[in-house]
Design a protein around this ligand. Structure first.
Ligand SMILES: NC(=O)c1ccc[n+]([C@@H]2O[C@H](COP(=O)([O-])OP(=O)(O)OC[C@H]3O[C@@H](n4cnc5c(N)ncnc54)[C@H](O)[C@@H]3O)[C@@H](O)[C@H]2O)c1
Length: 426
């Protein structure tokens, strides 16, 4: 049996522990964490304990870790969005192959900088675009690329974020505010913009977008509504976002595990009384949209509409591809792809196989691919930083289009950003 690939972890938060850490525990012959950098002592110690990392390999920051030089061939970076660039550039320089969470950076210029740095250092820089590694989207892509649909004319793709996930992550949580994280079209939907480009296998030419923060605003409730759900909220029984109903449940897996490392009932009550997840959804410092559409023109006249919204009854992506010879309808949550043949009137149902792990098996596929590429860098990865750049730029362009009411030409946009980076203007 081959030796596991050794890696260091930067950021032992939710993804660091539950996606990457749990993978290494499940597949110890593939990946082994030999060092951890995490400023929150409780998280650092827990990760170190789970992975048998000795005290001299536990660090309070990526700066302290990097001061020791390169400790392993690979590095997994699961810090928050705005830390990605500062923590990745020195890692590449030290010689680490890096698996970096999405979004790769919070500005288009920083995305370009990362791609250039990885190519200069000749290191793998793989982005956490998990959907490319799911059996579901692999099957969708196979159908589209096989020509069964003829020429694809038009695509509708929806990211239906369930109402409580919207409240958890984008109203109360880490991605609520574009100044702390990034616009939601980047943080949540760079996955979708990426998968659209990958399935179609072509480039996006022009982008327009509309969207608003309509529900989670202070002007939606009166002054009688308290700052926190547990401060005697008079509409607790009618409010779908009432925090005790969402977090004081028997199931303590994500998202409940996010609110407190100690998941006992007492610790969770305390977290709701004091922490961000007990806040009234109408009284938070959030500014990201709760619904947005992006309309895009791809090469070969293909028109695409993408809708992202946080008001769904159920989490899941749905999509429809209409071509000259057939129609594909997909529902990721149902794991069902229907392919209708215009000539015969026959419809085939495809149910791609299941893979263990989060994001419909995408987490497992992503890390498998990283491990294989570190063992043999000639293999490459499906979501290199260069591959991921296009979708990140579409997201930034969509936000510019939404805020300015303009149509953005992607060729001109990408050229402008690249030129500004080279000229050192940002
Ligand atoms: N691929 C996906 O589908 C997916 C899903 C969810 C989140 N994400 C991304 O994963 C990343 C992490 O998200 P999360 O929910 O785990 O966030 P988190 O806040 O739970 O974890 C980030 C961790 O980084 C640590 N950190 C801060 N400064 C540090 C430093 N100087 N050195 C080392 N560590 C430091 C924080 O203390 C924290 O524990 C984000 O970029 C997020 O967008 C990706």
């Amino acid at each position: 049996m081959p030796q596991p690939v050794e890696a260091v972890l930067v950021g032992a938060g939710n993804r660091g522990r539950e996606a990457y850490g749990f993978y290494a525990l499940r597949y110890p012959y593939r990946l082994k964490f030999v060092a951890v950098a995490e400023p929150i002592a409780e998280r650092r110690e827990q990760f170190a304990k789970e992975h048998n990392i000795p005290p001299e390999r536990q660090f309070a920051s990526w700066e302290d870790l990097y001061a020791k030089g390169q400790l392993a061939p690979a590095l997994v970076n699961a810090t928050m969005d705005r830390d990605h660039v500062a923590s990745t550039l020195p890692a590449l320089e030290l010689g680490y192959h890096v698996l970096l969470e999405k979004p790769m950076a919070a500005t288009p210029h920083d995305c370009v900088r990362l791609v250039r740095a990885a190519e200069k250092a000749d290191r793998i820089l793989q982005i956490g675009h998990v959907l490319r590694y799911t059996p579901f989207f692999t099957a969708v892509r196979e159908v589209v690329q096989s020509g069964r649909l003829g020429d694809v004319m038009t695509v509708e793709h929806k990211e239906n974020v369930v109402y409580w996930h919207m409240a958890h992550s984008f109203v109360r949580g880490n991605w609520r505010n574009s100044k702390i994280a990034s616009p939601m079209i980047l943080t949540k939907s760079c996955h979708d913009l990426d998968i659209l480009s990958w399935v179609l296998g072509s480039r996006c030419l022009r982008v327009a977008s509309f969207g608003h923060l309509t529900l989670f605003r202070s002007d939606r409730v009166g002054p009688e509504i308290p700052e926190r759900c547990m401060d005697g909220c008079p509409i607790a029984d009618q409010c779908p976002f009432y925090a005790p109903r969402l977090y004081l449940t028997d199931d303590t897996s994500w998202p409940v595990s996010t609110i407190s490392l100690d998941t006992s009932l007492e610790a969770r009550m305390k977290a709701l009384q004091e922490g961000p997840y007990g806040r009234c959804v109408y009284r938070c410092d959030n500014d990201v949209v709760d619904h947005q559409i992006v309309t895009m023109e791809f090469e070969n006249d293909v028109t695409v509409t993408f809708t992202m919204h946080g008001h769904s009854y159920k989490e899941g992506r749905t999509m429809r591809y209409d071509g000259s010879m057939g129609t594909l309808r997909g529902n990721m949550a149902e794991n069902e792809i229907a392919v209708y043949d215009h000539l015969t009137g026959r419809e085939d149902i495809i149910r791609p196989g299941d893979v263990v792990g989060g994001h419909g098996g995408g987490d497992t596929g992503l890390i498998n691919s990283f491990v294989a590429a570190v063992r043999n860098p000639n293999r490459g990865v499906l979501s290199s930083a260069r591959d991921s750049l296009q979708s990140h730029l579409i997201a930034f362009a969509a936000e510019e289009a939404r805020l300015t009411g303009t149509v953005v030409d992607m060729g001109e946009y990408a050229q402008r950003i690249e030129a500004e980076v080279i000229a050192g203007q940002t």
